[in-house]
Design a protein around this ligand. Structure first.
Ligand code: MCN
Length: 818
């Protein structure tokens, strides 16, 4: 069977089988639905998570947390806690500061931004509910918890503010004494204000909408945890921690917070049970645990309980936006004006400044040709849990805004929403495409994805049926979302200029052992994305060896070279590309050794299905084990070639990758109750070449579920005193499987030219695309009531009230149920 090779990359397109050049055929691992290698251990309870690590002599930490959103700490009485049998010690923020622990820094600086001083344990003041005030160390976690309850803190409560708009109003409580009195952390803008004003002045039609993209709380199955141990004799500190990026953890904690040299500090992040962005950041608890292990010279462990997770894991989203879109007489978008207030919480979390700016404003062109865009963002401190990256991070907010405006525009213009989008798509022959908000899209072809999705949903017939059902008092709606996202933030040179305090490359070492088995050491790390399988597929595909002969090593600074970790859907396209570069070096060396053994010229050697053979002579060949053994025995190496068979590469991409697609939601709204039923969900995605279609589908399933949940159920709520009202599973609306329809998935394939695999990211696509698809569908269903917009989450009471209000406005007719 012939290969299907994509000219842009040279990588075989999905689901291919190649002729091995002999009678046997070699199933190409890339593109195959390989079952996840890691699943047996996860499904049988044999995963090793941070809390599973047991060290002799471990003591346990429990944090005393503020019940107030804003208060001065007048005094702390530690006496009763210290006197509790089994307590080893009790420590305050002052103890840590006196012990040389610095504040946690910010990893992305914007011009004029003044970072807050983020102590691991509060000193003098608390700034949000749940902030740590003291830590108790005891022989058991139960004693530690009980003793923590015996710490008496004398607080002087101060006025607090949770809402970002209210924090900007005159007379609002000042959040931070060490920041601006107006609670503004930064003001940032992108695009051309004058050109946008001119476009609006000429526009035939303008739609305007205030949009609230509500605050979300990441709820990973595994709560955050840390365990540290210190060995005095070797001066080595080891920290096990729930981290998506252990090297970044080590660098920041070692160099900036604790003052521990990197070569004496090992960070291990074993299995991680979900992160969704929330485990990228350096958190106060792990700083305290590491410092205490060193101070006490005993292993110290802390595992968050669920309430602590809700209060202290970094939250996501929380934008209030005034958005306006201008159209010409032909329904072409001529301008977009955006003014966003972004709630940052009480402290600047590690990458917080980047999320509502470079990961949001730069995405505001979407799939469309928009000649003039201007966006302003005001980052605001409030007395709430810090806000940072959460699956999608800025891109869902941009997509939601654009796709809601597209639907509002369609309604006002009287144009079909699919047609309006099609009219404004960037044409396929315009790539690479430079947007007015500073990004250059690598590749794209938007119409086929839209066409496919419309065909799958039978759009034309749906519209006919929708009309008929409305006459019977049934309100069905359909919603489109044509999304784009930017994955694999890069290149390091550019992000450095934009304020990133880190590079954004990825590393990989491929080590072929003497017997031909392979270990790959990757700087990426998994929290459920299946890297142990997909990375093994990349190696097995190239070297022609069984997937089970490949071991993927990650998450340990003591074993893996410096790497940047997993976030921004980068691991396949950046981490995978680093593996490919190392494989190139391995293959090159193998060819030279094989040529030497076969008495041929290296340039005449070819690799086919695991055999290095002389071109045109498949029988004159050597397999990988022959060559690796030869490389390690080194009895007869080609002149000038060193023994051993391993290679390291750092891949720094020249650009992001830009996956895209069209998602369509179909809903029915019960006008009597406001209840929404999701009837169908269709997703046509383009993530370039695909390594493992099953894993890609799984990533989309999870992402879509999270996005639907934002649209319909989830939302963090604070009261007027900045108390978190949704602090547990009882009152935070996580999605449940029975609420979700079967997801109907399809793909188009437009390879990315900027990495050797031709892949684009998929980890966040579903979360980005789905909220506007669902909200657009509900608004479409509510069209007959004259309701044009409701903010997420679209809970039944909210929808019901809107229908009642619309009915009252229409003379008391609320529904037309027969
Ligand atoms: N993949 C593929 N072909 C492609 C693209 C990706 O086969 N064209 C595979 C990759 O090899 C990888 C998986 O799909 O196994 C996801 O790859 P990628 O899109 O590169 O994303 P990352 O691996 O970098 O994962 C990060 C991304 C993000 S940013 C969040 S948030 C997220 C997500 O992935 N959090 C998750 N998916 C998650 N899935 C789980 N189960 N848990 C989380 O916390």
């Amino acid at each position: 069977m012939a290969t299907t090779t994509t000219p842009a990359t040279g990588i075989d397109a999905i689901s291919s089988t190649v002729d091995a050049g002999s009678s046997d055929t070699f199933e190409r691992p890339i593109g195959a639905r390989v079952r996840r290698k890691e699943d047996p251990r996860f499904l049988t309870g044999r995963g090793l998570y941070t809390d599973d690590v047991r060290l002799l002599g471990t003591v346990h930490a429990a944090f005393v947390r503020s019940p107030h959103a804003h208060a001065r700490i007048v005094a702390i009485d530690l006496g009763a806690a210290r006197a509790t049998p089994g307590v080893v010690g009790v420590y305050t923020g002052k103890d840590l500061a006196d012990g040389g622990v610095n504040g946690i820094p910010v990893g992305w600086l914007l011009p004029g931004l003044k970072p807050s001083n983020h102590h691991a344990i509060a000193v003098e003041k608390v700034h949000y509910v749940g902030e740590a005030v003291a830590v108790v160390i005891a022989e058991s976690p139960y004693v530690a918890r009980d003793a923590a309850d015996r710490v008496v803190v004398d607080y002087h409560p101060l006025p607090a503010v949770a809402d970002a708009e209210q924090a900007l109003a005159g007379g609002a409580a000042v959040v931070r004494d060490d920041a601006a009195a107006d609670n503004v952390c930064f003001r940032w803008q992108i695009g051309d204000a004058a050109a946008t004003d001119a476009a609006f002045a000429q526009a035939a039609t303008v739609v305007r909408q205030r949009l609230v993209n509500q605050r979300l709380i990441p709820v990973a199955i595994e709560p955050r945890a840390s365990l540290a141990t210190y060995v005095r004799s070797t001066d080595e500190l080891t920290l096990w921690v729930t981290s998506q990026n252990p090297h970044v953890h080590r660098l920041i904690m070692g160099a900036f917070v604790l003052g521990v040299p990197e070569h004496k500090f090992r960070v291990i992040s074993p299995d991680v049970g979900g992160g969704f962005g929330s485990k990228i950041f350096v958190y106060p608890e792990e700083v305290a645990v590491a410092w205490l292990a060193r101070t006490l010279e005993r292993p110290v462990k802390w595992t968050a309980d669920r309430n602590e997770s809700f209060m202290t894991d970094s939250h996501g989203r929380d934008h209030i936006t005034d958005a306006e879109m201008a159209f010409d007489g032909n329904g072409r978008v001529v301008g977009l004006r955006v003014n966003t207030i972004a709630n940052l919480g009480a402290h600047l979390s590690l990458f917080a400044p980047a999320i509502p700016t470079y990961l949001y404003g730069t995405l505001l062109s979407g799939q469309y040709r928009i000649p003039a865009i201007h966006a302003q963002v005001t980052g605001v401190f409030t007395h709430t849990t810090p806000v940072d990256a959460y699956r999608g991070a800025g891109r869902p907010e941009a997509c939601y805004l654009l796709e809601r405006l597209m639907d509002l525009g369609a309604r006002k213009l009287g144009v079909d929403p699919a047609e309006l989008r099609r009219r404004n798509f960037i044409p396929a022959d315009q790539f690479p495409y430079l947007t007015p908000v500073a990004l250059q899209y690598d590749s794209g072809n938007y119409e086929p994805a839209l066409d496919r999705a419309l065909a799958m949903v039978d759009y034309t017939n749906f519209r006919i049926e929708q009309e008929q059902l409305r006459k019977q008092g049934r309100y069905l709606g359909i919603g489109l979302s044509c999304y784009i996202e930017a994955c694999g933030l890069a290149p390091s040179r550019v992000v450095g200029q934009l304020g990133a305090q880190a590079g954004l490359y990825e590393s990989a070492t491929v080590r072929v052992h003497p017997t031909g088995k392979v270990s790959v050491y990757t700087g990426s790390h998994q929290q459920g994305q299946g890297h142990e399988t997909t990375f093994a597929q990349i190696i097995a595909d190239r070297l022609g060896i069984p997937i089970d002969d490949v071991e993927v090593v990650h998450g340990d600074t003591g074993r893996v070279q410096f790497g940047m970790g997993t976030y921004g859907s980068r691991s396949c396209s950046v981490g995978g590309a680093a593996i490919v570069e190392s494989l190139d070096k391995i293959v090159d060396k193998c060819k030279r050794i094989a040529a030497h053994m076969l008495e041929a010229a290296p340039e005449d050697m070819e690799l086919t299905a695991g055999r290095f053979h002389v071109r045109g002579s498949p029988d004159r060949s050597k397999g990988l084990p022959d060559l690796s053994l030869a490389a390690y025995l080194a009895h007869s190496m080609p002149a000038g070639l060193e023994p051993g068979l391993e290679a390291t590469s750092f891949f720094d991409p020249s650009n992001f990758t830009y996956p895209f697609g069209t998602h369509i939601a179909m809903v029915e709204v019960d006008a009597d109750t406001g209840q929404i039923t999701l009837l169908r969900y269709i997703a046509v995605d383009d993530v370039g070449n695909v390594i493992n279609p099953m894993i890609v589908d799984g990533q989309l399933h999870g992402g879509i579920a999270q996005g639907i949940a934002q649209a319909l159920w989830e939302g963090a709520e604070y009261d007027d005193n900045a108390q978190l009202l949704t602090g547990s599973m009882m009152n935070y609306g996580l999605p449940k499987a029975h609420q979700l329809p079967f997801f109907e998935l399809a793909r188009t394939v437009t390879p990315s030219p900027i990495n050797p695999l031709g892949t684009k990211g998929v980890g966040e696509a579903g979360t980005i695309a789905s909220p506007p698809a669902v909200v657009n569908a509900v608004m479409d269903a509510l069209g007959p009531f004259g309701i044009v917009h409701l903010d997420m989450p679209l809970t039944a009471p909210k929808v019901w009230q809107a229908i009642q209000a619309a009915g009252a406005a229409n003379g008391g007719v609320t529904t037309t149920t027969t």
